[in-house]
Design a binder for this molecule. Structure first.
Ligand code: MN3
Length: 225
């Protein structure tokens, strides 16, 4: 209730006697404490990642959409509407906002382990085994040159592993492989450098300890209807 009120209040502010729309896109609270994913993801990294990087994407997105059609869109609709002609500031910051919101929600403390039910069956069917899936996902994440993301998506009701550069994601029509993300990992150095330095593979190994497979299963069920 309070959150909704604040969100609505932020949309419109009175400036010099005229109504001006600002801050359409807002940052949801982190769904757990910044230290909750220790030791896999350290507190300082989470504080900077959520509090500075993600926040900056939103601030910059709100600036970039002023007076543009994207100003009135949901973040989902904005991301799904990105084309080669979209202004880079909207593509990069819109993707950055969507991707980070997604990322916080597919992780949780005291999680990890293995998927179960239909998701587990689909992973085995598509990749041979859970371990084989993890190997292929890690390979996609380690081989993404520079900054980007690795994803597990649902494409034509099948599971596919892919990766995107920068802050692109598979919902964007500009992505090489399009589909609905159900799992994703941030491989920008800002996601792991403080704790893991240049050892991206070690960060990826630790990532499995904090994956919220219940959430991934929920996304899988919705995407494969
Ligand atoms: Mn990031």
């Amino acid at each position: 209730m309070t959150t909704n009120f604040l969100r609505n209040a932020l949309v419109v502010v009175l400036t010099a006697g005229s109504l001006q729309a600002i801050a359409q896109f807002t940052q949801a609270p982190l769904p757990y404490a910044p230290e909750a994913l220790e030791p896999s993801i350290d507190k300082t990294t989470m504080e900077i990642h959520y509090g500075r990087h993600h926040k900056a994407y939103i601030t910059n997105l709100n600036t970039a959409v002023v007076g543009k059609p994207e100003e009135k869109l949901s973040i989902d609709a904005l991301v799904k509407g990105i084309t080669k002609e979209t202004a880079p500031a909207i593509r990069n910051n819109g993707g950055g906002h969507w991707n980070h919101t997604f990322f916080w929600n597919i992780m949780a403390p005291s999680k990890g382990g293995m998927p179960s039910g239909e998701l587990a069956a689909a992973i085995t069917k598509e990749f041979g085994s859970f371990d084989e899936f993890k190997n292929k996902f890690k390979a996609a994440a380690t081989s993404r040159f520079g900054s980007g993301w690795a994803w597990l998506i649902v494409k034509d009701k099948k599971l596919v592993i892919t990766s995107t550069p920068n802050q692109d994601n598979p919902l964007m029509p500009v992505a090489d492989v399009q589909g609905v993300p159900i799992l994703g990992v941030d491989v920008w150095e800002h996601a792991y450098y403080l704790k893991y330095q240049n050892k991206r593979p070690d960060y990826l190994d630790a990532f499995w300890n904090v994956v919220n497979w219940d959430k991934v299963a929920e996304l899988y069920a919705a995407a494969s209807k």
